[in-house]
Design a protein around this ligand. Sequence first.
Ligand code: GDP
Ligand code: MG
Length: 440
Amino acid sequence: LTDRLGGILDRLTRRGALTEADVAEAMREVRRALLEADVALEVARDFIDRVKARAVGVDVVKSVTPGQMVVKIVHDELVKTLGSEAQGISLAASAPVPILMVGLQGSGKTTSTAKIGRRLTTREKRKVLMASLDTRRPAAMEQLAMLGEQTGVATLPIVPGQTAVQIAKRAMEAGRLGGYDVVLLDTAGRTTIDEALMAEVVEVKRAVSPHEVLLVADALTGQDAVVTARAFDGALGVTGIVLTRLDGDGRGGAALSMRAVTGKPIKLVGVGEKFDAVDEFDPQRIANRILGQGDVVALVEKAAAAIDAEQAQKAAERMRKGQFDLNDLKEQLCQMQKLGGMSGIMSLMPGVANLKKQMAGANIDESVFKRQAAIIDSMTKAERRNPDLLKASRKKRVAAGSGAKVEDVNKLLKMHRQMADMMKMMGKGAKSGRGPLAGL
Ligand code: GDP
Ligand code: MG
């Protein structure tokens, strides 16, 4: 992909808005990358249509080619589709919280059950009980019992002759009596989806009303991912996906397929056979992998940096003119939010490192940006241009209007003052051609 894409990028160096031809050309390569990564055909098609529509007409920033711009848009959309926020397993229900593990045979249900059991025990200090409802494979229950011993997680004593539903009920009862926080129910799977099996799992679900139904799926599944995801989600209404064998050489297309078909978050990924080989899902990493590793990622990063730099330059121009008002601050806050924290614009401005540290020290995260933007929204136009107009009574009103404290309003104003002062200073330097912003 990289060579092909590189060739196209070299040819497309014109500036301006992305044309349909630009997008179509780059998209042909993206399509190939998706299919090579084993994204299901229909999912790849939908995804490309969506991104195409989004990309045409987007301005190409000065320092990147249209091809790079398209790849950047594809990458961002891919991350967004995969789910930009990590979502863990939810335990927000009354104990013992039942969690049902479902999936095809060999997908990694039993292994994942043990991994999750251990994770909840060690990381979240929960008391976990694991139970195997696999009455089909002779050694299945012993397998879980053994994993329980290795991980130090309790397992339900095996009683031969019980049905899956009976075991599930017994597990919940034992969970209640034993004061467990979580009961993990590992189910049986077949090599292909069969109705009898599905009916059994549906019955188990009805019997225990699980808080989470986790579909365990093999990342190497490829095109079948869609069929599996649809079948299980349709019958059971899964609440999340556990993607196993991401340590393998599959390129992660199943992640996109499953996510696109079910709309459910990928909650954890398996990255090996050992019981600590489990990670949170990282959409960025999977997006990179799907698009074909290394070089495309470098292209994307280069494009992203160029985009940031261009935006920073625009902001810097205003600042140089001493025009940094609260509207600009708000724009910057939104920008930071979009760029995922302080790593964006601020870091591109020489001399801002100290302020950045100071702000990061104040524990600024996305919700803080949002709150600060809300405070600015509650001000009048005149106040946004000239914050000195904000006297005590108005500060109170602004705070009330944005659901913040007066203290927060003061903090925001102070931050703005510091930034404006610093920018004025840098602006002076820039005029003489030697300041820190001169190179921007
Ligand atoms: P189940 O039939 O769904 O219960 O699948 P198992 O949990 O028994 O796993 C089947 C095989 O896949 C076992 O050999 C596991 O060690 C292996 N396995 C499970 N998860 C992973 C993973 O994330 N990476 C690798 N490499 N192997 C895994
Ligand atoms: Mg099993």
